[in-house]
Ligand binder design. Structure first.
Ligand SMILES: NC(=O)c1ccc[n+]([C@@H]2O[C@H](COP(=O)([O-])OP(=O)(O)OC[C@H]3O[C@@H](n4cnc5c(N)ncnc54)[C@H](OP(=O)(O)O)[C@@H]3O)[C@@H](O)[C@H]2O)c1
Length: 289
């Protein structure tokens, strides 16, 4: 496992395990345990996923089984849009996330979207960070211009920006902006999130065969080799192991370029956070009364 060093010197694993859409509590707990047994140390959940409690249960069981210590784990959660209306709501929601998970702190806590009053919500994250409840704070789905304005404005700059990043949506400009502000890029949907067909691509098949690896392993490797943390999701044991087995090969510069040439930009099924319908949709998702 390789690590990124965040702007506050915290070490963050370059690969983690995502639990979006794993709504069955027992399945979520067992998947996280399988991931930790495999060697993953970063787990990515969110208030809106409804499984912070199952992740907390898995963490406690893993520690009790002697698989790892709490200090070795890097647990991420995210503040949902509903709770970004003002400082007080954000502050209460951070405490609610901690209570649900049963954890004393999160290693990383993110603003899930650049929506509602995200500057006020950020001040609550800054204060929780300084109080030690959050070891690092960051943002998610902040496009280059939004991130730039944000970093030019806030007191504590975000340490991470988690955005959609895979060969079909490579976002080179977003990465340049993150580098400029020393913000670690983290890829959600690193396998395409089921909206693309990388597994049928002949060029990827050729590169995978050349390294005796799978296409999933090749595209995860492509992201980590360009400095991006990846958090693939799977509820299947074999895939959880397959996705973690990316540390014993290196893609050549030519292979990296070939894979990058698949980029479709916004033309394609990438989630478009600037679409008014998407923004209204997020604003309407309520996770509590
Ligand atoms: N910040 C945000 O707005 C945001 C948005 C979306 C996701 N995320 C985070 O990012 C994580 C990953 O994103 P994602 O779950 O959307 O997409 P993903 O990890 O790119 O893809 C997951 C899909 O790929 C399948 N899969 C996993 N490993 C595979 C393999 N080796 N070969 C073939 N198929 C494989 C999974 O099916 P099986 O489970 O059946 O194996 C699942 O259908 C999430 O779990 C979440 O933590 C964040």
């Amino acid at each position: 496992m390789e690590y990124a060093v965040l702007s506050n010197n915290l070490k963050m694993p370059m690969e983690g395990f995502g639990v979006f859409q794993v709504t069955d509590k027992e399945e979520c707990k067992q998947s996280v345990l399988a991931a930790i047994r495999t060697g993953y140390r970063l787990i990515d959940t969110a208030a809106v996923y409804g499984n912070e409690d199952a992740v907390g249960d898995a963490v406690r069981e893993a520690i009790a089984e002697g698989l790892c210590t709490r200090e070795e784990l890097f647990i991420t959660s995210k503040l949902w849009v509903q709770d970004m209306a003002n400082y007080d709501m954000a502050e209460a929601a951070i405490d609610a996330s901690l209570k649900k998970s049963g954890l004393e702190y999160f290693d990383l806590y993110l603003l899930h979207q650049a929506m509602k009053d995200y500057f006020s919500a950020w001040r609550a994250l800054e204060d929780a960070y300084e109080a030690g409840k959050l070891k690092a704070i960051g943002v998610s789905n902040f496009y280059a211009h939004v991130l730039t304005n944000f970093c030019e404005t806030v007191r504590i700059k975000p340490m991470v920006n988690q955005v959609e990043l895979h060969p079909y949506f490579a976002q080179p400009q977003a990465l340049e902006t993150m580098k400029h502000y020393n913000v670690q890029p983290e890829a959600w949907a690193p396998l395409g999130g089921g909206r693309y067909q990388p597994f049928e691509d002949e060029m990827l098949q050729g590169i995978a065969a050349a390294h005796s690896k799978s296409i999933a392993q090749v595209i995860l490797r492509w992201n980590v080799q360009r400095g991006v943390t990846v958090i693939p999701k799977s509820t299947k044991q074999a895939r959880i192991e397959e996705n973690f087995d990316i540390w014993d090969f290196t893609l050549s510069d030519a292979e990296m370029e070939q894979i990058s040439s698949l980029d479709l930009g916004y033309v394609g099924p990438a989630i478009k956070h600037f679409d008014p319908q998407f923004v209204r949709g997020c604003n309407n998702v309520k996770i509590h009364d």
